[in-house]
Design a protein around this ligand. Structure first.
Ligand SMILES: Nc1ncnc2c1ncn2[C@@H]1O[C@H](COP(=O)(O)OS(=O)(=O)O)[C@@H](OP(=O)(O)O)[C@H]1O
Ligand SMILES: Nc1ncnc2c1ncn2[C@@H]1O[C@H](COP(=O)(O)OP(=O)(O)O)[C@@H](O)[C@H]1O
Length: 196
């Protein structure tokens, strides 16, 4: 704790929110290359959870980078700070009783470890959206791979910056030749016993 800062405990605690809302709170952390399917799956999972009355909220790379993290780029230092702040925000959502769905490239094992440490291991589920570079590049949803290949974007994950696959993700999804609904169902199946 920093000098002269005293943590204040509020009477309404996370456990009270979990009881009132009728479900636990935690983070689903999607990691994978750009175009792998993180946002698409996160969006559909959030819809299903929301429609079944769960408190949930999604944090997404492009959205956070135009607001809270405006000004941060894609060097390793900036990505690390980007992810550190997002992890702190995700932790707030967990304390607020939400299922927080986070979709970030988060390419380095060390940075995802930092995220897990901030959020807390028991509240953190890492979901690896494992779509190979070739397939992501074929999809090229935003035309970024084309630009990265042309040298117009520096430090582009998979092309000119590394992606380190999780070694022991809580859930491992492969999206190639799979329908979006199938991939979404894999996440919902994973959540089943957690939301009983
Ligand atoms: N250099 C570079 N590398 C990777 N991605 C890039 C880059 N420049 C811009 N973009 C776009 O930014 C989105 C990734 O932002 P993130 O905050 O998720 O990245 S990170 O976790 O800090 O690595 C990513 O969004 P998604 O496609 O949704 O993954 C890209 O659209
Ligand atoms: N099984 C699948 N799961 C998720 N996305 C898929 C799947 N099959 C094809 N796609 C397509 O792949 C693209 C993924 O883009 P997006 O969700 O923006 O990726 P990311 O958030 O990882 O950058 C979308 O155009 C989506 O329609």
């Amino acid at each position: 704790m920093s000098k002269n800062i005293v943590f204040h405990n509020y009477d309404v605690q996370r456990k009270d929110r979990n009881t009132t809302y009728g479900h636990p709170s935690f983070v689903l952390w999607f990691t994978g290359l750009s175009g792998s399917g993180k946002s698409t799956i996160a969006n559909q999972v959030e819809k299903v959870l929301f429609e079944s009355g769960k408190k949930c909220y999604s944090l997404d790379g492009d959205n956070i980078r135009t607001g809270l993290n405006k000004g941060l780029g894609f060097t390793e230092t900036d990505r690390r700070e980007n992810l550190r702040r997002i992890a702190e925000v995700a932790k707030l959502f967990v304390n607020a009783g939400n299922i927080c769905i986070a979709a970030f490239v988060s390419p380095l094992i060390e940075d995802r470890k930092q995220v897990e440490e901030i959020i807390g291991t028991t509240d953190f589920y890492e979901i690896f959206v494992d779509t190979h570079l070739e397939e992501c590049e074929k999809r090229d949803v935003k035309g970024l791979y084309k630009k990265a290949r042309a040298g117009e974007i520096r430090n582009f994950t998979g092309i000119s910056a590394p992606y380190e696959a999780p070694k022991h993700p809580a859930l491992h999804i492969q999206t190639k030749n799979k329908k979006i609904t199938e991939s979404v169902q894999e996440v919902l199946n994973f959540l089943n016993d957690k939301l009983q």
